[in-house]
Ligand binder design. Structure first.
Ligand code: DC
Length: 223
């Protein structure tokens, strides 16, 4: 069984995906971390982010993995590894946020990462979350969800996350970034963010996450 979840930033898709994976005993893969890992590596190595070929060459050399949380109890839900190094929090900085859309718009980067994501998919029993999982990565997934919420609610959630991580920040600039990133991700040439024709669209605005998860679990028992 495979559950494909897509939707804009901070729509609640990762929280919902994680809760579903836990309830069903499935593997959880948040594919956004891979695009973030390539972005971080390019920033660290001083690769010009405007140069698709250079970014894609770097991406191909990277070892990108996830590990279970283990000993670290700092609010993380999984540990992201870049060339064996723990980069979980480094992937969440405003600098990565500001550049990840550009990196994820490159076809050659997408082809590399989609291939890696499909390898995870072959293990079966997985909840995979991203922007193009139902449309491109796993188009045959039997259950596809597209999770949305109003831009204001999504910005409020991002703002809270940042507060909890100890970063001071300003709601208006987060809202502007959320709107900018969605427009960019939804209008890019390759694999734009959009619901698959057979996706179930779920609006999480003002709804408790537990209620939504219970509703989806009801659907999985009907599959
Ligand atoms: O979900 P996130 O915020 O961690 O995603 C980071 C960026 O990566 C986002 O701007 C869109 C892109 N992305 C993508 O293009 N395809 C995916 N499957 C996952 C993320």
């Amino acid at each position: 069984m495979i559950i494909a979840i897509d939707g804009p930033a901070a729509s609640g898709k990762s929280t919902i995906g994680r809760m579903l994976a836990e309830a069903l005993g499935y593997l959880f893969l948040d594919t956004g971390f891979m695009y973030r890992a390539v972005t971080l590596a390019a920033l660290q190595d001083g690769v010009d982010l405007a140069e698709e070929t250079a970014v894609a060459q770097l991406a191909r050399r990277l070892q990108i993995d996830v590990a279970v949380v283990g000993e670290v109890a700092d609010g993380r839900h999984y540990t992201a590894l870049l060339n064996g190094k723990d980069v979980t929090w480094a992937l969440r900085t405003p600098e990565v946020d500001a550049n990840v859309s550009l990196v994820s718009s490159y076809l050659s980067v997408r082809e590399d990462l989609v291939r890696r994501q499909r390898e995870f998919g072959r293990r079966g029993n997985i909840v995979m979350v991203g922007r193009d999982i139902g449309t491109v990565v796993l188009p045959n997934a039997p259950l596809k969800l597209y999770i949305i919420a109003s831009a204001e609610e999504r910005a409020r959630r991002r703002w809270l996350d940042r507060q909890n991580q100890g970063h001071g920040n300003d709601y208006d600039s987060i809202l502007a970034d959320v709107v900018r990133r969605d427009q960019f991700d939804g209008s890019r040439e390759h694999s734009p963010m959009r619901p698959a024709a057979d996706a179930v669209i779920i609006d999480t605005t003002g709804r408790p996450v537990e209620e939504i998860v219970a509703e989806i679990l009801g659907r999985t028992s009907n599959q």
